[in-house]
Ligand binder design. Structure first.
Ligand code: SAM
Length: 240
Protein backbone atom coordinates (compact mmCIF):
# COMPACT_ATOMS: atom_id res chain seq x y z
CA UNK A 1 0.00 0.00 0.00
CA UNK A 2 2.80 2.40 0.96
CA UNK A 3 4.56 2.04 -2.38
CA UNK A 4 1.31 2.51 -4.27
CA UNK A 5 0.50 5.57 -2.19
CA UNK A 6 3.90 7.11 -2.99
CA UNK A 7 3.47 6.32 -6.67
CA UNK A 8 -0.04 7.78 -6.75
CA UNK A 9 0.98 10.92 -4.86
CA UNK A 10 4.02 11.54 -7.04
CA UNK A 11 2.11 11.15 -10.31
CA UNK A 12 -0.78 13.35 -9.15
CA UNK A 13 1.66 16.03 -7.98
CA UNK A 14 2.87 16.28 -11.60
CA UNK A 15 -0.56 17.79 -12.33
CA UNK A 16 -0.44 19.89 -9.17
CA UNK A 17 -3.32 17.86 -7.70
CA UNK A 18 -2.63 17.33 -4.00
CA UNK A 19 -5.35 15.57 -2.00
CA UNK A 20 -4.48 14.67 1.62
CA UNK A 21 -2.97 11.22 2.19
CA UNK A 22 -6.11 9.84 3.89
CA UNK A 23 -8.03 10.54 0.67
CA UNK A 24 -5.32 8.92 -1.46
CA UNK A 25 -5.55 5.84 0.77
CA UNK A 26 -9.33 5.69 0.24
CA UNK A 27 -8.87 5.95 -3.52
CA UNK A 28 -6.48 3.00 -3.45
CA UNK A 29 -8.84 1.04 -1.19
CA UNK A 30 -11.57 1.67 -3.75
CA UNK A 31 -9.35 0.13 -6.46
CA UNK A 32 -8.74 -2.82 -4.18
CA UNK A 33 -12.52 -3.39 -3.86
CA UNK A 34 -12.85 -3.00 -7.61
CA UNK A 35 -10.23 -5.68 -8.22
CA UNK A 36 -11.95 -8.06 -5.75
CA UNK A 37 -15.40 -7.51 -7.24
CA UNK A 38 -13.93 -7.87 -10.73
CA UNK A 39 -13.30 -11.53 -10.04
CA UNK A 40 -17.07 -12.14 -9.98
CA UNK A 41 -18.47 -9.34 -12.16
CA UNK A 42 -16.74 -7.92 -15.21
CA UNK A 43 -16.06 -4.33 -14.12
CA UNK A 44 -12.67 -3.42 -15.58
CA UNK A 45 -10.16 -4.82 -18.07
CA UNK A 46 -7.29 -3.24 -16.12
CA UNK A 47 -5.78 -5.52 -13.48
CA UNK A 48 -2.36 -3.90 -12.96
CA UNK A 49 -2.18 -1.56 -9.95
CA UNK A 50 -0.04 1.19 -11.45
CA UNK A 51 -2.02 1.14 -14.67
CA UNK A 52 -5.29 1.42 -12.73
CA UNK A 53 -3.93 4.31 -10.67
CA UNK A 54 -3.07 6.20 -13.85
CA UNK A 55 -5.86 5.21 -16.22
CA UNK A 56 -8.67 5.12 -13.68
CA UNK A 57 -7.86 7.38 -10.71
CA UNK A 58 -5.58 10.07 -12.15
CA UNK A 59 -7.49 10.20 -15.42
CA UNK A 60 -10.78 10.69 -13.54
CA UNK A 61 -9.32 13.49 -11.40
CA UNK A 62 -7.89 15.55 -14.29
CA UNK A 63 -11.17 17.42 -14.64
CA UNK A 64 -10.36 19.37 -11.46
CA UNK A 65 -7.70 21.18 -13.54
CA UNK A 66 -10.34 22.74 -15.80
CA UNK A 67 -11.81 26.21 -15.19
CA UNK A 68 -15.24 24.63 -14.74
CA UNK A 69 -14.55 22.51 -11.67
CA UNK A 70 -14.35 25.18 -9.00
CA UNK A 71 -17.99 26.30 -9.25
CA UNK A 72 -19.51 22.90 -10.01
CA UNK A 73 -21.59 22.17 -6.91
CA UNK A 74 -23.94 19.68 -8.57
CA UNK A 75 -22.35 17.11 -10.85
CA UNK A 76 -23.84 14.20 -12.80
CA UNK A 77 -21.82 11.37 -14.37
CA UNK A 78 -23.46 9.37 -17.18
CA UNK A 79 -22.54 5.70 -17.65
CA UNK A 80 -20.25 5.50 -14.62
CA UNK A 81 -19.67 1.76 -14.98
CA UNK A 82 -17.49 0.79 -12.02
CA UNK A 83 -17.39 4.45 -11.02
CA UNK A 84 -15.19 6.48 -13.35
CA UNK A 85 -14.88 9.41 -13.13
CA UNK A 86 -17.62 9.85 -10.48
CA UNK A 87 -16.25 7.85 -7.53
CA UNK A 88 -12.68 9.24 -7.48
CA UNK A 89 -14.18 12.73 -7.66
CA UNK A 90 -16.69 11.99 -4.88
CA UNK A 91 -13.94 10.64 -2.60
CA UNK A 92 -11.76 13.70 -3.16
CA UNK A 93 -14.57 16.27 -2.99
CA UNK A 94 -17.12 15.32 -0.37
CA UNK A 95 -18.50 18.87 -0.51
CA UNK A 96 -19.85 18.28 -4.05
CA UNK A 97 -23.19 16.63 -4.77
CA UNK A 98 -22.51 13.89 -7.32
CA UNK A 99 -25.11 11.76 -9.12
CA UNK A 100 -24.08 8.62 -11.01
CA UNK A 101 -26.41 7.29 -13.72
CA UNK A 102 -25.61 3.70 -14.66
CA UNK A 103 -27.95 1.47 -16.68
CA UNK A 104 -26.31 -1.85 -15.81
CA UNK A 105 -27.80 -3.27 -12.57
CA UNK A 106 -24.71 -5.23 -11.51
CA UNK A 107 -22.45 -2.22 -11.94
CA UNK A 108 -24.95 -0.03 -10.09
CA UNK A 109 -24.98 -2.59 -7.24
CA UNK A 110 -21.18 -2.30 -7.00
CA UNK A 111 -21.48 1.50 -6.91
CA UNK A 112 -23.95 1.20 -4.01
CA UNK A 113 -21.44 -0.98 -2.12
CA UNK A 114 -18.73 1.65 -2.59
CA UNK A 115 -21.06 4.43 -1.48
CA UNK A 116 -21.87 2.53 1.74
CA UNK A 117 -18.30 1.43 2.39
CA UNK A 118 -16.87 4.94 2.20
CA UNK A 119 -19.97 6.63 3.65
CA UNK A 120 -20.29 8.86 0.60
CA UNK A 121 -23.34 10.85 1.67
CA UNK A 122 -22.60 13.27 -1.21
CA UNK A 123 -23.25 10.50 -3.75
CA UNK A 124 -26.52 9.36 -5.33
CA UNK A 125 -26.71 6.36 -7.65
CA UNK A 126 -29.48 5.97 -10.20
CA UNK A 127 -29.73 2.60 -11.85
CA UNK A 128 -31.46 3.55 -15.09
CA UNK A 129 -30.79 4.83 -18.57
CA UNK A 130 -29.84 8.49 -18.99
CA UNK A 131 -32.57 8.81 -21.66
CA UNK A 132 -35.23 8.15 -19.00
CA UNK A 133 -33.65 10.01 -16.07
CA UNK A 134 -33.19 13.18 -18.17
CA UNK A 135 -36.97 13.54 -18.44
CA UNK A 136 -37.47 13.65 -14.64
CA UNK A 137 -38.08 17.19 -13.44
CA UNK A 138 -35.86 16.51 -10.44
CA UNK A 139 -32.80 16.02 -12.67
CA UNK A 140 -33.50 17.97 -15.86
CA UNK A 141 -31.47 21.20 -16.23
CA UNK A 142 -30.22 20.90 -12.64
CA UNK A 143 -26.47 20.36 -12.96
CA UNK A 144 -23.52 22.74 -13.21
CA UNK A 145 -21.35 19.96 -14.64
CA UNK A 146 -22.14 16.71 -16.47
CA UNK A 147 -19.43 14.17 -17.28
CA UNK A 148 -19.10 10.95 -19.27
CA UNK A 149 -16.11 8.72 -20.01
CA UNK A 150 -16.06 5.94 -22.62
CA UNK A 151 -19.84 5.88 -23.07
CA UNK A 152 -20.63 6.92 -26.67
CA UNK A 153 -19.67 9.22 -29.54
CA UNK A 154 -20.03 12.97 -29.05
CA UNK A 155 -23.36 13.52 -30.89
CA UNK A 156 -24.97 10.73 -28.81
CA UNK A 157 -23.40 12.02 -25.61
CA UNK A 158 -24.65 15.55 -26.26
CA UNK A 159 -28.20 14.26 -26.53
CA UNK A 160 -27.86 12.33 -23.26
CA UNK A 161 -25.96 15.00 -21.32
CA UNK A 162 -27.22 18.43 -22.42
CA UNK A 163 -30.75 18.02 -20.97
CA UNK A 164 -29.19 17.55 -17.48
CA UNK A 165 -27.14 20.78 -17.68
CA UNK A 166 -28.37 24.10 -16.37
CA UNK A 167 -28.20 26.90 -18.91
CA UNK A 168 -24.62 28.14 -18.57
CA UNK A 169 -23.56 24.75 -17.20
CA UNK A 170 -21.20 22.46 -19.05
CA UNK A 171 -20.92 18.90 -20.26
CA UNK A 172 -17.31 17.71 -20.23
CA UNK A 173 -16.59 14.58 -22.30
CA UNK A 174 -13.51 12.47 -21.55
CA UNK A 175 -12.05 11.64 -24.96
CA UNK A 176 -8.86 10.25 -26.48
CA UNK A 177 -6.22 12.08 -28.51
CA UNK A 178 -8.11 12.72 -31.78
CA UNK A 179 -11.16 14.88 -31.26
CA UNK A 180 -11.36 17.27 -34.22
CA UNK A 181 -13.50 15.10 -36.46
CA UNK A 182 -15.83 14.16 -33.59
CA UNK A 183 -16.39 17.83 -32.71
CA UNK A 184 -17.12 18.69 -36.35
CA UNK A 185 -19.54 15.75 -36.67
CA UNK A 186 -21.36 16.98 -33.55
CA UNK A 187 -22.25 20.42 -35.01
CA UNK A 188 -25.86 19.47 -35.76
CA UNK A 189 -26.32 18.01 -32.27
CA UNK A 190 -24.87 21.16 -30.66
CA UNK A 191 -27.37 23.35 -32.52
CA UNK A 192 -30.45 21.19 -31.93
CA UNK A 193 -29.74 20.68 -28.22
CA UNK A 194 -28.80 24.28 -27.32
CA UNK A 195 -25.11 23.71 -26.66
CA UNK A 196 -21.81 24.88 -28.10
CA UNK A 197 -18.21 23.73 -28.17
CA UNK A 198 -16.11 25.97 -25.94
CA UNK A 199 -12.63 24.47 -25.73
CA UNK A 200 -10.73 21.29 -25.02
CA UNK A 201 -8.04 20.54 -22.46
CA UNK A 202 -5.22 18.18 -23.48
CA UNK A 203 -3.33 16.05 -20.95
CA UNK A 204 -0.57 13.49 -21.27
CA UNK A 205 -1.01 10.63 -18.81
CA UNK A 206 2.10 9.54 -16.86
CA UNK A 207 4.27 6.54 -17.84
CA UNK A 208 3.28 6.69 -21.51
CA UNK A 209 -0.32 5.70 -20.75
CA UNK A 210 -1.74 7.87 -23.52
CA UNK A 211 -3.34 11.23 -24.11
CA UNK A 212 -6.59 12.55 -22.77
CA UNK A 213 -8.75 15.37 -24.10
CA UNK A 214 -11.53 16.90 -22.07
CA UNK A 215 -14.06 18.49 -24.41
CA UNK A 216 -16.06 21.34 -22.87
CA UNK A 217 -19.58 21.84 -24.25
CA UNK A 218 -21.57 24.69 -22.72
CA UNK A 219 -25.35 24.85 -22.64
CA UNK A 220 -26.51 28.19 -24.02
CA UNK A 221 -30.27 27.60 -24.45
CA UNK A 222 -32.99 25.29 -23.13
CA UNK A 223 -32.97 21.83 -24.73
CA UNK A 224 -36.25 21.03 -26.55
CA UNK A 225 -38.42 18.75 -24.38
CA UNK A 226 -38.39 15.89 -26.87
CA UNK A 227 -34.69 15.23 -26.16
CA UNK A 228 -33.27 12.83 -25.29
CA UNK A 229 -35.31 10.51 -27.49
CA UNK A 230 -36.36 7.03 -26.36
CA UNK A 231 -33.70 4.71 -24.82
CA UNK A 232 -31.30 3.47 -27.45
CA UNK A 233 -32.31 5.97 -30.16
CA UNK A 234 -29.56 8.58 -29.44
CA UNK A 235 -27.04 5.81 -30.06
CA UNK A 236 -28.77 4.18 -33.03
CA UNK A 237 -29.66 7.43 -34.79
CA UNK A 238 -27.29 10.16 -33.55
CA UNK A 239 -28.13 13.78 -34.41
CA UNK A 240 -25.63 14.25 -37.25
N1 SAM B 1 -17.43 5.56 -17.44
C1 SAM B 1 -16.88 4.27 -17.07
C2 SAM B 1 -15.41 4.21 -17.35
O1 SAM B 1 -14.89 5.09 -18.02
O2 SAM B 1 -14.75 3.27 -16.88
C3 SAM B 1 -17.61 3.13 -17.73
C4 SAM B 1 -17.46 3.04 -19.23
S1 SAM B 1 -18.34 1.66 -19.90
C5 SAM B 1 -17.46 1.37 -21.34
C6 SAM B 1 -19.85 2.42 -20.42
C7 SAM B 1 -20.92 2.38 -19.36
O3 SAM B 1 -21.98 3.23 -19.74
C8 SAM B 1 -21.52 1.00 -19.17
O4 SAM B 1 -21.42 0.65 -17.81
C9 SAM B 1 -22.96 1.13 -19.62
O5 SAM B 1 -23.84 0.32 -18.86
C10 SAM B 1 -23.20 2.61 -19.40
N2 SAM B 1 -24.21 3.19 -20.29
C11 SAM B 1 -24.22 3.16 -21.65
N3 SAM B 1 -25.27 3.84 -22.13
C12 SAM B 1 -25.96 4.31 -21.05
C13 SAM B 1 -27.15 5.09 -20.91
N4 SAM B 1 -27.83 5.49 -21.98
N5 SAM B 1 -27.57 5.40 -19.66
C14 SAM B 1 -26.86 4.99 -18.57
N6 SAM B 1 -25.73 4.24 -18.65
C15 SAM B 1 -25.28 3.91 -19.88
Amino acid sequence: MNELLLFFREKLTQFDIRPPDNVLVEEIQYLSHLFSANQKTNLTAITDWQEAIIKHLIDSLLIVKTDYWQHAEKILDIGSGAGFPGIPLALCHRDREIVLVEANQKKAAFLHQIKDLFKLSNLRIISDRAESVAHCRQYREQFHLVTARAVANLPTLLELATPFCRIGGVFIAYKGPDINEEVITAQVAFEILGSEFVKSYAFVLPCGKGKRNLIVCQKIAATPEKYPRRPGIPNKKPLI
